[in-house]
Design a binder for this molecule. Structure first.
Ligand code: GRA
Length: 383
């Protein structure tokens, strides 16, 4: 067992930290307030190779691996969690194409996602199908050399701005989850209506609804065969879940750093507030939860880099990291009091952004269900 990061990984982490502090931090509060989509920063992250760590060089990537992705993502999320979502929207479709696409699809679509020229997304969730992916209703009906897509996707990150992403739909509803099919599509076609939605956090990650009315997707854009979609979706979620887990680590760390700094600076009742044991209790718990979650998330990434199954470990890591981020943001708010609650300071943003990690990419309850069902023998998460 080796807990040291290689020199290469340290350099990648430091590059991401420097980028986040120099380029993202100065406008993070403003971007959050104004709900700005920072396409310029999305491109810059592409130029730095942040989306290419799991992609080989022949498709524009750098092949640094899953742990590199986790390190980059944590640094970006520590400074502004919403910018972490942008990373996931690029890597999700790119790695899924790498795993399930044919050679032509890989060459055509992956480089644009890796560079950030294509603003990616993945469209799974529907008004009546969130945790229950198989409950989706969107259908894709074959019409010559195209499919006609009809249905409605909701809470899709990047929906207002994406120009290329994954969409999952039923080609045969009678087959239940075995009748689902995956596609990669250019969204700038007739038959698509986009609506922007707002949420309490992740403000500069544009979110929305996609409504399809005979939206045409070429048969050549289908990933794998008809009916492969559910398993492709589960595979994709396992990769993108890891990115969310890393993002939660970043928020946990940011909240802890704010709380520690404030404890050392603020005095009440004639002493530094860090001297109060109730604050020390919260600082200790923040650190213990965050460090434990980090080891779990790094382990899940390390397993992926060894080409070993890691679905169970990813669920455990994502669950613990999401809870650690929420504990830390809540505790930081208590320690900073009105300065935490004030919109003039970043802790309330950490609090709002932390909440998303208990919901996205499989809620904390879905992760617990996967973990418990695996232990009880109802499912084999690492099949
Ligand atoms: O029986 P079978 O041979 O057909 O196979 C079953 C099973 O073995 C079948 O699927 C297979 N399967 C898998 N195969 C490969 C299940 N899991 C996997 C896997 N990981 N890899 C049916 O399985 P099942 O367990 O009976 O399915 P289910 O009960 O219908 O659902 C399972 C589950 C609840 C885990 C699934 O629906 C799920 O993961 N739900 C959570 C949905 C989710 O994570 N949504 C995220 C939406 S996107 C998003 O949040 C964007 C955030 C953006 C950001 O912030 O970055």
């Amino acid at each position: 067992m080796d807990f040291e990061l290689s020199e290469e990984l340290i350099a990648v982490r430091d590059l991401a930290r420097e980028f986040a502090e120099k380029e993202i931090a100065p406008t993070a509060a403003k971007d959050d307030k104004e709900q700005n989509f920072r396409g310029d920063l999305v491109r810059k992250m592409g130029d730095l190779g942040f989306y290419g760590t799991m992609i080989p060089e022949n498709y524009g990537g750098n092949g640094l691996g899953f742990l590199a992705m986790v390190l980059i993502t944590e640094e970006v999320a520590r400074v502004h969690s919403a910018m972490r979502v942008a990373i996931n929207m690029q890597i999700g479709p790119a790695v899924t194409l790498l795993q399930f696409g044919n050679e032509e699809q890989k060459q055509k679509f992956i480089p644009g996602l890796v560079s950030g020229e294509t603003i990616g997304c993945f469209a799974i969730t529907e008004p009546d199908a969130g945790s229950d992916v198989a409950g989706m209703r969107t259908v894709a009906k074959k019409d010559g050399d195209h499919y006609l897509l009809n249905g409605n996707k909701i809470f899709i990150s990047n929906a207002p701005v994406t120009n290329g992403g994954l969409v999952y739909a039923y080609t045969d509803r009678a087959q239940k989850h075995r009748g689902m099919t995956a596609f990669f599509t250019d969204w700038n076609q007739p038959g698509l209506t986009r609506k922007t939605l707002t949420t309490m956090g992740a403000h500069c990650s544009p979110l929305g609804e996609l409504t399809f009315d005979n939206f045409r997707i070429p048969v050549a854009n289908r990933l794998g065969n008809e009916g492969d979609g559910f398993k492709i979706c589960m595979w994709q979620l396992n990769q993108t879940r890891l990115n969310c887990a890393a993002g939660a680590l970043g928020v946990a760390r940011a909240a802890k750093e704010a709380a520690v700094a404030y404890c050392n600076q603020r005095a009440q009742f004639g002493q530094k507030i860090g001297e109060f044991q109730m604050n020390q209790d919260m600082i200790a718990q923040m650190i213990a939860h965050e460090e434990a979650a980090r080891l779990l998330v790094y382990r899940a990434a390390w397993l992926a880099d060894q080409q070993k199954p890691n679905n169970l470990e990813t669920s455990i890591g994502k669950y613990c990291a999401a809870e650690a981020a929420n504990y830390a943001a809540d505790a930081a708010m208590k320690i900073l009091g009105a300065y935490g609650y004030s919109t003039e300071f970043p802790v309330e943003r950490y609090y709002r952004d932390a909440k998303s990690y208990q919901i996205v990419e499989g809620s904390s309850n879905v992760q617990k269900m996967i973990i418990a069902q695996d232990a009880l023998g109802y499912r084999n998460a690492n099949r």
